[in-house]
Every structure is written in C-alpha cells, then in structure tokens.
Design a protein around this ligand. Structure first.
Ligand SMILES: [Zn+2]
Length: 440
C-alpha cells in the first residue's frame, strides 16, 4: 500500500525533530563518538540487509567487522557514475519506491547530476536540521528568509501565520529581475551562494540603493574572495555565517560564533581520502567521502562528493561545539588547471595567490589551452581597474614558468545553469579530450 506524499511540508514532524538537531551541537566529544558509532552500525546493517546494491557488492566479512567509523574504510567508496548506473532499483531500500519517496536532483556542478530519494520520515529530521542551521545563525520567527536559488521551496503552513516566510530570489533570472524580486520581498535573513548574493549587492550599490533591513547572511556552496564577503556584510550591516552542505549529505558543517566550521559529526560521517590513498576519519587534507548517518530510503555509504577539504582536530575556543573543524573546502576535485607539460595543478593554488589581492569582488580561471590561464576579475565598486589588474598580475607571477597567465577585467561572471560559479572553467577539450587517434 502506498500513501500519497503530502503536498505541503509537514510542520509537526519538523518541530518534533528540532530538539534532536539542536542537541547534536552541544554533545561532548566522547558522546559524539558514541552516537556516531551507534548510528553507523545501524546504518550499515540496514543498508546491507535491505539495499540490493550493497547486499550484492559488499564483502560480508567487512560488514561484520564494522564497529566504528575507522572500520568503514573496509567497504568500497561510492561515486556518482555508480549511483547513476545502479539507479533507484538497486539503491532504494526494500519497502521504498520512487512513488513513495521524495526525489531531489543535485545541481550537477560536477558535470554529472544524480537524483536522490528520501522518505518523509528522514525528511522530518533533515528539514529540522536545516531549520536548526538557520536558528543557530540567528533566525527569528518573523524574519523573511531570502533564498538565492534557481528553484524555490515548497510552501509550509506556518507562512500563513507570518512565520519564517520565504522570499525566493531566482538566480537564473537577470540581475535586474533579481533586484526587483529582492526589493519586493524585502528579506531580512539571506541564504545562498556567495557569488549570487555578492552580484546582487554589487548591482544595488551600482544603482545607488541603500538597504539596511538584512540582519544575517548564511553563505554556502562555493568559495568567494574574502573581500566580497566583507563587502556583502558591510553593505547590509549584517552578521555572516557559513554552512557547508550538499544535496546528498545535507549539512556537513556549520560555523560557530567564533567562525570555525565545525562538522555535524552525528549527522554525517566524514572520511578524508589522502593523495597517497590512505583514509582518515575527519582529519587531514584530501578528497571528502560522506555517509549520512540517518539515511533511510536511499543510503549513500562512503559517497564521493567531489570536494577537496582540509580538516583539523577541534581547537576552537567556543567551548560549545566539540567536533573537528573544516579549515578549507578547496573546491571540486575536477577544478584543475593543466600546465604546459600536461600535468595538473589544483585551481585552489591559483585562488590562494589571488587571496592577498584587495579590491576583487569575483574571479574565475578560464583555461583554453594547456599552460594558458585567463583570470576573469570583477573589481569591487570604485576600484580602479588597471591598478587592480596590475596587482593581480603581480600576485599570479608566483605561478611560475609552467603557465602563461593573463588578466581580464569584466563586469560580471556568468554562473552555471545551477547558479554556481565554477572556480575553473575549462573549455572541455583541454581536460577531457581523448588521446589523438592514430592515422586512420
Ligand atoms: Zn567553535
């Protein structure tokens, strides 16, 4: 028997789960480890017993050996190509179907969108943790929340009472239209991609509009020049927060009042795969693997999100959050730039060179040929362009002899269809071209 999915977000299950989402932020390190191990063992048992793909591909001995997070490395990692190849038929747990679950599609910034499925039961917790993120960042009941997204959210019943109302600023529309949507909705609390919010602020400033109704901004989803963040917060007179989240894993980390990006360790188990192939639980630099611990309908175990991260043990003086700290999300694994001799450098290497240059609102690296990089730079308002270009060129001179670097000043950088701006935009042939075919 299948029940119809509710047409509106069920508020009671969200509010019922809120205390649990909130409590997770205040657990001692020892308690975090206990909860994490218990949830992990339950998840692995559930996945192995009820999900066809895991049942068929996991080694029973490796499953039996799992007592805690460090043992998880005995199971294979899961990538997007496999999720797409196996599909819902192989990855949905017994008892769930496409019709009885809610689907969400990832943004496709990896070049390979995937569709995930959630049961209403797990969504009750996921929506609660989403709401808790906003509350922890200072959301108040009568705030109007401005979401900078391509697609809007479904309505919820509390909006009729004037609570937590949504203002959707559709980032796929023109900047003029976005300004119109923003000024019509007058949100007091913003959440979205940094570049989208920074572009809007740039346009508001250019039009000579002052706007002081925004109290807080929650940035998420991509990196942005620190100067641009500061410009956004200064323009609104707002406090800034950061969330590291994805469609697949939901909230992985959120900033505390001291600005440290603490992991949500009892929601998502994070492993880091280092360049030498070894794996650590939530420590060091490398590619992130995520396992959402309260998964139900379609568990993704050791899922390759595609981001490179640097994670360090908790040394934050906040004293509340006891979980490890994400020091950097270094962009996507595929954000790489090719040198003249065919090797790759991470796009973050170039970004780190530009970080010291003031007066930059946005930037992007464009690679047309191996060894040649063009940097697109949007200057901050009132910044003399030629002088900024000179400083940027001089900072990038450290890139060395493997690259020819040019700087181009532009008015804006066009986001991808999903609203994000890629750190590195490679004209496809540079990175993906197969080796030249032999003579036919
Ligand atoms: Zn902290």
């Amino acid at each position: 028997m299948s029940r119809a999915l509710p047409t509106q977000i069920p508020v009671l299950s969200v509010l019922g789960n809120l205390p649990r989402a909130r409590a997770a932020d205040r657990l001692s390190a020892q308690r975090v480890a206990q909860v994490q191990s218990r949830l992990l063992r339950r998840l692995v048992r559930h996945a192995y017993a009820r999900v066809p793909y895991y049942r068929d591909s996991w080694d029973p001995a490796a499953v039996a050996a799992i007592t805690g997070p460090a043992d998880l490395a005995g199971l294979p990692a899961l990538d997007r190509a496999t999720v797409n190849a196996v599909g819902p038929a192989g990855l949905l747990a017994d008892g769930h179907t496409v019709a009885t679950t809610r689907a969400a599609r990832t943004s496709g910034s990896s070049g390979m969108p995937v569709t995930l499925h959630y049961s209403e039961r797990e969504l009750g917790y996921l929506r609660a943790s989403y709401l808790w993120d906003l509350l922890a960042c200072g959301l108040r009941p009568y705030d109007r929340i401005g979401y900078f997204r391509v697609s809007g959210f479904r309505r919820h019943r509390l909006e009729r009472l004037g609570l937590a109302r949504n203002v959707h600023v559709d980032t796929s529309r023109t900047l003029d239209e976005q300004v119109e949507m923003f000024l019509a909705g007058r949100p007091t609390f913003l959440r979205g991609f940094p570049n989208a919010i920074a572009s809007l602020v740039g346009e508001l400033k250019r039009c000579g509009i002052t706007h002081h109704g925004v109290r807080a901004v929650v940035f998420g989803g991509e990196s942005l020049a620190d100067a641009a963040r500061a410009e956004v917060l200064e323009y609104f007179g707002a406090t800034g927060h950061e969330v590291y989240a994805s469609v697949e894993a939901h909230t992985i980390a959120r900033s505390c009042p001291h600005g440290s990006l603490h992991l949500r360790s009892t929601d998502v188990l994070v492993e880091v795969e280092h360049d030498d192939g070894t794996v650590s639980v939530a420590d060091g630099a490398g590619e992130i693997l995520v396992t959402r611990l309260r998964s139900d309908a379609m568990p993704l175990v050791r899922y390759r999100l595609g981001d490179r991260v640097v994670i360090a043990p908790n040394d934050c003086p906040c004293g509340v959050r006891q979980t490890p700290v994400v020091r950097a999300v270094q962009g996507r694994v595929e954000d790489r730039i090719r040198t003249r001799d065919g090797r790759f450098r991470s796009g973050d290497f170039f970004a780190s060179l530009l970080r010291e240059v003031t007066g930059i609102r946005q930037f992007q690296f464009v690679q047309r040929d191996p060894g040649a990089v063009q940097v697109l730079i949007v200057p901050a308002l009132g910044e003399p362009g030629p002088e900024l270009a000179r400083r940027a060129r001089s900072a990038l001179a450290d890139a060395g002899a493997d690259f020819e670097v040019s700087v181009r000043l532009v008015d804006r950088i066009t986001p991808e269809a999903n609203g994000k701006i890629r750190l590195v935009r490679a004209i496809r042939s540079v990175t993906d071209r197969p080796p030249p075919a032999g003579p036919a």
